[in-house]
Ligand binder design. Structure first.
Ligand code: SF4
Length: 503
């Protein structure tokens, strides 16, 4: 028996796709396994505990807890963005206050930070494992993991670690299991662990604490442990997850039709730097699987979690709708400038596309390997708007090829297209530690930690992070047209809830 666990904390909007794929694949191969989403369970546990603090905001959040949970899970929350924002803010307050008296943790609905421990320092992860009782989720996970172990007696426990915000609690759970149930084999995998293994930092992958550290998809490793040679087919299953508990205006299921990115040429991309190979599921098969998930779970939304949905997959979805509204990341390719195609996508359920525009300066796009013409981007934004498909546009500032002049071109581009953009994400460039630019430019440690995936660097044009941040805060975000777009963003849940607010 294998027990799979998704540790807190990530946005509790939907069940974890990585675990759904592991569980579905193992079950399809006849392997006995169970899965726990300790993220949603742990967050609800803390929200249910109330708070000792008695300031008026917290008292209101405690008083309205049940009503707020009901509201955020109801379709009505889509109709009232102001009330939705107040509800999220109150639930977030409650979660933050629930951990106030425990250790140095600072919790929000989208992040876990510890003032004393860093998730990118392996020594701190080992400390989190050693002092597992100090974790704010300890009361929840000690009871939950113990009762699961007593019930199903797993021989293997697999922990799926995908985000930095999960790392300290994942290691606290590992420390607890190791201390109490030393005979159980512990396997650690997930996309963050894969990045660590492929990066330069992880020399001795937690020897003595974890039995097996997995790089890449974990299905075959777990099947090997169960004595099965080859995967017949990867499958998703959301059966073990509490569909109605997630904090979203309707149930969401995620599906991934590929591993890696079909473009794989952007110089700033961590996936490219890690050399992740592109492995797509054939579009016909992917759409069939998405349809099966829709029939089984009747979601309000499908989240395609591919790094970039391929043009072939988009065409297939336009011809064969999956049966529920959907959204995902897409590259700005020519077909999206075709209004007829966009109308077919919309008719097939596409509610929103996430688009990496990155810069409003052609020279930056060219030098960073983006492979996109700004004229085409304009036509695509117009075509999607006319078709009623929402856009979540990602911009990146401070790349090595950008100076203030180019950033100002991005400002002008964004203002000119603001009426065509529904949501905006503004990011400051991080240099992937393995990227070609990191080898070319003068670098210095950026985050203090041996597991950091990024490195500091001396910007060749003097356009450093402090200047970029100042520009964004003092100018970019203050332009009225841009401020209006930014105010559409669902707080904390951002793009995970944005499709519910399109139109
Ligand atoms: S399109 Fe996105 S995922 Fe693909 S290489 Fe560029 S940044 Fe990376």
């Amino acid at each position: 028996m294998i027990l799979l666990i998704n540790p807190p904390l990530v946005k509790p909007s939907e069940p974890p796709p990585g675990l759904a794929r592991l569980y579905g694949t193992l079950r399809a191969e006849g392997v006995e396994c169970e899965a726990i989403d300790a993220n949603i369970e742990g967050i609800l546990y803390l929200l249910g505990k109330g708070s000792p603090a008695c300031d008026s905001w917290t008292a209101r959040a405690v008083r309205n807890r049940a009503r707020n949970l009901e509201f955020i899970r109801s379709p009505q929350s889509r109709l009232n963005l102001d009330r939705y924002k107040r509800t999220v803010s109150d639930l977030n307050r409650l979660l933050g206050k629930s951990a106030d008296s425990i250790g140095q943790a600072r919790l929000t609905l989208s992040n876990y930070q510890d003032l004393a421990l860093s998730p990118v320092r392996s020594a701190d992860l080992l400390k989190a494992a050693e002092k597992y009782e100090a974790n704010p989720f300890y009361e929840y996970f000690s009871k939950r993991i113990s009762s699961a172990i007593e019930l199903i007696s797993p021989g293997v426990i697999g922990i799926s670690l995908n985000f930095l915000s999960q790392a300290l609690t994942a290691f606290s759970m590992i420390g607890f299991i190791r201390a109490r149930y030393g005979r159980i084999r512990l396997v650690l995998g997930g996309s963050l662990v894969t990045s660590w293994v492929r990066g330069p930092g992880l020399k001795q992958p937690f020897e003595g604490l974890i039995d097996l550290v997995v790089s890449g998809p974990g299905e075959q490793v777990l099947l090997d442990l169960a004595g099965i040679d080859r995967i017949a087919k990867r499958r998703f299953s959301y059966v073990p997850f509490p569909a109605n508990d997630y904090l979203s205006p309707g149930p969401i299921v995620s599906y991934s039709a590929s591993c890696g990115c079909w473009w794989n040429r952007c110089s700033f991309c961590p996936e490219k730097a890690e050399g992740i190979r592109y492995e797509p599921v054939p579009p016909k098969e992917a759409v069939l699987e998405a349809r099966e998930l829709c029939s089984a779970h009747r979601p309000a939304l499908i989240h395609f979690v591919d790094s970039a949905m391929s043009p072939a997959l988009l065409s297939r979805l336009a011809e064969n709708p999956p049966g529920a509204p959907w959204y995902g990341f897409a590259r700005m390719t020519k077909r999206l400038a075709d209004e007829d195609f966009c109308r077919a996508l919309k008719a097939g359920g596409c509610v929103m596309l996430k688009l990496g525009v990155e810069s409003g300066d052609q020279s930056v796009l060219d030098l960073e390997g983006k492979g996109m013409e700004l004229g085409l981007a304009s036509r695509i934004l117009a075509s999607l708007k006319k078709s009623g498909i929402g856009t979540y546009v990602y911009l990146l500032f401070g790349a090595p090829s950008e100076s203030e002049a180019e950033a100002r071109n991005t400002l002008d581009f964004t203002v000119r297209h603001a009426a065509l953009i529904d949501f905006l994400n503004l990011a400051v460039f991080n240099m992937p530690v393995n990227s070609p630019d990191a080898k070319r430019l003068a670098t210095s440690p950026h985050y203090e930690g041996d597991l950091s995936l990024y490195t500091g660097f001396r910007h060749p044009k003097g356009w450093d992070r402090a200047k970029v941040r100042h520009f964004l805060e003092s100018e970019f975000k203050r332009r009225p047209a841009i401020a209006a777009v930014l105010s559409n963003d669902p707080p904390l849940f951002t793009s995970n809830h944005a499709p519910f607010f399109v139109g």
